[in-house]
Design a binder for this molecule. Structure first.
Ligand code: CO
Length: 208
């Protein structure tokens, strides 16, 4: 597929929408009030709008290799701050996916240097949960579990950011959810690790 094909597909998409609803794009352009912030992996096989059947304006999106929430990542923090404080997002989703190359790379050595640096947090998670990972029957199961543990870790990282702590302290409605996407089935799975403001901010800090 060439860039020309992409542009053609885009024109066809515009035509499809405007033929059904001439005001579609003007309406979308007029307001930006997404309810969800989605933090996911850059993997091309996890197209969040497609797999959740959401359209323009519904999801605020941040993606990086292996869906990391690194507490010093200015890019992520700016996205989070804008989403929570300016857009009033009420639900933040961290979504991992099965067969994640970034997570798999953290189980082995030999990733490109900068990727290796980026994945340091997952290596720490793998070390903390080494016993559980070693007890898995095979490599596929180990990766599957580390994908889940990685999502849970990122949720904890998110919960400790000043943006989320401040939102919870002022009583704002804000939930953080952990999901995993199954590449081979196309299904999103809820890990049921949702966090909200009911965990006292101070308590969280001490627990951290
Ligand atoms: Co991935």
């Amino acid at each position: 597929m060439s860039i020309d094909t992409l542009l053609e597909k885009n024109r066809a998409w515009v035509e499809r929408h405007t033929s059904e609803d001439p005001e579609f794009f003007r309406r979308i352009a007029g307001t930006h009030k997404p309810r969800f912030l989605y933090i996911g992996c850059s993997d091309a096989r996890v197209p969040v709008n497609t797999l959740t059947q959401t359209g323009p304006g519904e999801l605020f999106v941040h993606r990086n290799v292996a869906n990391q929430v690194v507490p010093t990542d200015a890019n992520l923090l700016a996205v989070l701050h804008y989403a929570v404080d300016a857009l009033g997002v009420t639900d933040v989703i961290v979504c991992g996916h099965e067969g994640c190359g970034g997570v798999a790379a953290a189980l082995h050595s030999g990733a490109p240097l900068l990727v290796e640096h980026w994945l340091a947090g997952i290596r720490t998670t793998a070390r903390i949960h080494a016993d559980e990972l070693d007890a898995q029957p095979d490599e596929k199961a180990r990766l599957r579990r580390l994908v889940e543990l990685n999502v849970m870790e990122q949720i904890h990282n998110l919960s400790r950011t000043p943006v989320v702590q401040a939102a919870w302290e002022r009583g704002a409605e804000l939930r953080i959810h952990g999901l995993v996407y199954g590449l081979e089935q196309g299904l999103l799975r809820d890990l049921h690790v949702t966090m909200d403001g009911s965990v006292a901010a101070g308590e969280l800090r001490r627990a951290g």
